[in-house]
Write a protein that binds this ligand. Sequence first.
Ligand code: TRP
Length: 465
Amino acid sequence: MKKGENTRNSLQQEKTRSSFSGKLGYVLAVAGSAVGLGNIWRFPYLAAKYGGGIFLLTYLVLMLTFGYALIVSETALGRMTKKSPVGAFAAFGNRFWFRFGGWINAVIPMLIVPYYSVIGGWVVKYLFEHIRGSASALAEDGYFTNFIANGFEAEFWFLLFSVLVTAVLFAGVKQGVERVSKVMMPLLVILAVFVAIYSMTRPGAWKGVTYFLVPNFKHFSWMTVVAAMGQMFYSLSIAMGILYTYGSYIKDDVDIEKSTKQVEVFDTAIAMLAGLMIIPAVFAFSGGDPDTLKAGPSLMFITIPKVFASMGFGTGAGIVFFLLVLLAALTSAISLAESGVSTFEDQLGISRRKSVLLMGAVILLFGSVSALGFGALDFVSLLGMSILDFFDFLTNSLMMPLAALATCILVTRVVGLKKLAQEVEKSSDFKRKKMYCFFMRYLAPICIVTILFSSIANVLGWISM
Ligand code: TRP
């Protein structure tokens, strides 16, 4: 009787749990959700701000060690339990810490997608202005600052972007969107290569290329490490439950080790291309002005229009560029929001419709305050940051390290490295097993705890990073 029950359960699971069509499908889906504003907008501004080459080096080292170990762990846990994060943690116990670990992973995407949509709104605005033929106005100094300071306009474009996201979730055409993105992604790469070459060959740009690629320890600070780690989580979509969910969809024949490598290579290649488009342009068009280099979230919007304005056919290139960025942003925002929606559905036991509405309300609330944070609400300063920066800091520098710590503890203390390695070995010879175990046991906890304490100490003003 037991046996019958098992079969029935697994049949039920087959029916309700959709899975990826094949190995390539899986890699593409993960890469598709990984490549977004994190690569094109966030990576270049952090690299410019936190030391150029030294940031890049720190990022690469962290990604190949710590990031690699976490991706493998999350994916394997997802496949082992066939559950999203809350369920995956609960599968091992019901103590407070298990619930905390599951939930923190699940809540992060809900906090990211609102401010992500604000940036998405900026992209729509820049696309619209290029279509309207105002490319040269966009390239003027101060344009972007004026735009976001007019909070209501930023709010308008944010609303437009979020309505698009919510509409897709309502219509349930997510698969369709992903299919479109798979065609768009190669186009984005081609265009990015082209823009990067153009930008690198402008007079004066070479200094930017060396700033970005050659590590200079003079520029190193603790903040380089904190920022690089936050960026690694963000860009690879780790420490927010998403890989548990994806892992739960894959079959035992997907080589987790190999697919992790492919996703990392692809994601980093796009981020580096974006860096090569933007950072050399700061040197060519703004003379490497330190203020521009440290512009933060606005960097892409200040610099890229200058690149296009200087091209003879800049308007056309600008339209294509912002359209592709918009698509990358949309697909990522949709996956982020979808992860929130499915958490609501599963954990609150409410219908999909209600879950989408709830997610929409969260986006509306947190997104609006982020959008208005540079305008009507610019007097609000949270720990010395604008509201948008605060959400970014809260999720990337505080919550994601905690989420990663939870995964680490789950793997090393509860599931056991041996059992996890067995899960990976179902379909891979797991060449880097020894390294993996070392990273999980020592490196990851040390990194996480250091980063957490530095972030908190920085906020409290004990240290200045
Ligand atoms: N990695 C995405 C980017 O680079 C953003 C992101 C983070 C994401 N977590 C995610 C996208 C989860 C989809 C799902 O922009």
